[in-house]
Design a protein around this ligand. Structure first.
Ligand SMILES: [Zn+2]
Length: 149
């Protein structure tokens, strides 16, 4: 039997769908032909992989679930997770309060002679950060998350 004929029947051979004569012919060929033997092993590997339950394709939210899991190293312990969720909004809130405070009062704390435009720009930067929708959304997100769990 030629390699092409063997390789065409490999799938059926591995599924044991061939009659014994044909199967023996292929088995003999595989013992003498490294190319077809490799092909058969590859195919067998694919079959074994497909037979595993985890071979099912990951769903759309798999990636985000993995990212969330990776972002929370303390999640393994429920107690640590609770503390972690509590601490995150507190830290952000502290940063937010500081940002607003700095933005409102920064001008009063500049050393004498500091260029006025630089003062204004930095003060603006802090207050904008504190009031930005991004920060607000993040706070809302973390707070909601903490409340739900
Ligand atoms: Zn061959």
């Amino acid at each position: 039997m030629k390699c092409k004929q063997v390789q065409k029947r490999l799938s059926a051979f591995l599924d044991e769908e061939l009659d014994t004569t044909l199967a023996d012919e292929i088995r003999n060929h595989l013992q003498g032909c490294s190319q077809c033997h490799q092909q058969a092993e590859k195919l067998q590997g694919v079959y074994a992989w497909m037979a595993q339950p985890q071979a099912v394709a990951p769903d759309l939210f798999m990636l985000s679930r993995v990212r969330t899991a990776v972002a929370r190293p303390h999640h393994a312990s429920p107690a640590a997770g609770r503390v972690n969720r509590f601490l995150i909004p507190a830290t952000v809130a502290a940063g937010l309060a500081l940002g607003i405070l700095l933005g409102a009062n920064l001008v009063n704390y500049w050393p004498a002679g500091y260029p006025e435009t630089a003062q204004n720009e930095e003060a603006l930067l802090y207050s904008e950060w504190g009031q930005s929708t991004l920060t607000a959304n993040y706070l809302q997100m973390t707070w909601q998350e903490g409340g739900n769990q």
